[in-house]
Write a protein that binds this ligand. Structure first.
Ligand code: SF4
Ligand code: ZN
Length: 293
């Protein structure tokens, strides 16, 4: 067997193509750039913040944007998850030091007075607390930027579409996509890895020799998403292209019906912290109150 583009040995199969190491890396960067162009995600002059966890997805997007010549700052939210987050912080620090990239770390402990590990002792579901506070802090600390880049990939997106479908979360479902629409108080969010799978990202990181821990969050196995991830992986094995089909069908429907127009456009601000909120008190402040009382 040979690479579809040269005489070298193939190391990775992406869709219907077999690639050698060099051609796979080129394909991966090209695919990211095509997504950026197709959905008008980024301009070179914009002030860019990358939401980094130090994990494989965020280090891969940092690496690709670096290769494409973008200037950016990395923002890491340290939730305070013992024997997990400290490893990825080391990986991030090493990566940015090598390339002289600026970064900032904001922690739950500094912001809310408790780490995630301490917060969950109050019988709160870890992913609810983690997701709410992380989204809140990423938005709060990216206010000085034009755009917030995340490493969300095809697998994440297919899972999110199905979760919101299964839970009948119509409002949330309508907001899914490669970019968020501009809204007062919210930094625009974009996902340049929208059409790249977790498997491809893993291969990119390994082939580029980026140092990264592949450990999973200790709370991941109790998350609904994790069960769905395993089921989707099984379906993908039986029927390759399943994840891509879910995402592409969803996008086609969204475009056809222009359903995003039905999205609520009215936002108010939290009476406690002043950040954008649909209710009088935002979800982040409500959880803080639950954790501290
Ligand atoms: Fe946070 Fe871990 Fe849940 Fe992911 S799996 S949302 S990192 S607690
Ligand atoms: Zn090749």
């Amino acid at each position: 067997m040979k690479c579809d583009l040269c005489e070298q040995k193939p190391v990775m199969k992406s869709h219907t193509y077999s690639f050698c190491k060099d051609h796979f890396i080129k394909y991966f960067v090209w695919m990211t750039n095509e997504t950026i162009k197709k959905f008008d995600l980024l301009e070179k002059h914009e002030k860019i913040c990358i939401a980094t966890s130090g994990g494989k997805d965020s280090l891969a997007i940092t690496d690709v944007l670096y290769e494409l010549g973008y200037n950016f700052t990395c923002l890491l939210i340290d939730e305070g998850i013992d024997d997990y987050r400290e490893h990825s912080i080391i990986d991030l620090k090493k990566y940015v030091a090598d390339k002289n990239i600026s970064y900032r770390i904001v922690s739950f402990k500094d912001e809310y007075g408790v780490s995630l590990d301490e917060g969950v002792k109050k019988n709160l579901f870890p992913c609810t607390l983690c997701g709410t506070w992380r989204r809140y802090l990423l938005n709060k600390y990216s206010k000085d930027f034009d755009v917030l880049v995340t490493g969300h990939n095809l697998d994440d997106e297919a899972q999110t579409i199905l979760i919101n479908l299964f839970r009948a979360n119509t409002d949330l479902l309508l907001r899914i996509g490669p970019k968020t629409e501009p809204k007062v108080g919210f930094t625009r969010r974009i996902k340049p890895f929208y059409f790249l799978s977790e498997k491809e990202i893993r291969a990119y990181v390994l082939l580029k020799g980026i140092e990264v821990h592949f450990t999973e969050c200790p709370y991941a196995n109790i998350a609904y998403r994790d069960g769905l991830r395993l089921e989707l992986n099984k379906l993908e094995e039986i029927s390759p292209g399943t994840k891509k089909n879910i995402v592409e069908t969803f996008l086609a429907l969204k475009n056809k019906k222009q359903i995003e127009k039905t999205e609520k456009s009215h936002y108010d601000f939290c009476q406690k912290c002043g950040e954008p909120s649909e209710k009088e008190i935002c979800k982040s402040c409500k959880l803080k109150n639950d954790v501290l009382n």
